[in-house]
Design a protein around this ligand. Sequence first.
Ligand SMILES: C[S@@+](CC[C@H](N)C(=O)[O-])C[C@H]1O[C@@H](n2cnc3c(N)ncnc32)[C@H](O)[C@@H]1O
Length: 233
Amino acid sequence: MPGNPAFRQIQVAFLEADVHMHRFEKLIEETKGFLDPAEGRRLYDVALEASRLGPFLEIGSYCGKSALYLGSACRENGQVLFSIDHHRGSEEQQPGEAYFDPDLYDDRQKQIDTLPFLRRTLARAGLEDTVVPLVCASAVAAKSWSTPLALVFIDGGHAFETAWLDYTCWSGHIMAGGYLLIHDIFKDPAKGGQAPYDVYKRALATDRYEELEMTGTLGVLRRRSEGDAGAAV
Ligand SMILES: C[S@@+](CC[C@H](N)C(=O)[O-])C[C@H]1O[C@@H](n2cnc3c(N)ncnc32)[C@H](O)[C@@H]1O
């Protein structure tokens, strides 16, 4: 009944949820990045499940698009997302390369700097208490890492050596039942670089992961129970 205070409370809750969703969608649209909405949605769904288990780590924050999806899911369950990036851009994002974006080039430093963009995204989304930016190369952060992770998202450099190093540095920290997500899996070489797909296939060949359905170019693997988190590769 419209006059009933309980009904009014429900209406307000729906309205707030609508406003929240609208703001989130706007923020996603306005944040530079490479995930399409279906991949983002899947990232969020897997993350919501995984955030019941423990903290997350992503390699490749860029301007914070994936952190919006992963971080929002973490916030739901009181978890934390560690988001690594040296913020100097990948090989393909340098001046003259296919994915160079002049907005991200800092004229004074004469190099790419995406850190201010990430900070702005996190502040706008209210995720500063959920997402912990780690400003360094992935292998540097891995040197003294020991926290088991419920989800690792690899979306850093796309040269084979870089993607493989990310995998070898971080996959051993994924807890049983946790997830390994890899972006830009192109099974058809005509559609894109093969390094992430090579890493994905090598991960599968270890038999430590169950292969779940992909969404777009987002590969989703779940760590089986056998083996210890913290073991090498
Ligand atoms: C494809 S972008 C990440 C896109 C982001 N996940 C999104 O959703 O928009 C790749 C990022 O990885 C970073 N990167 C590349 N190699 C790295 C490394 N070895 N360590 C840390 N960051 C790296 C680059 O600076 C770049 O910002």
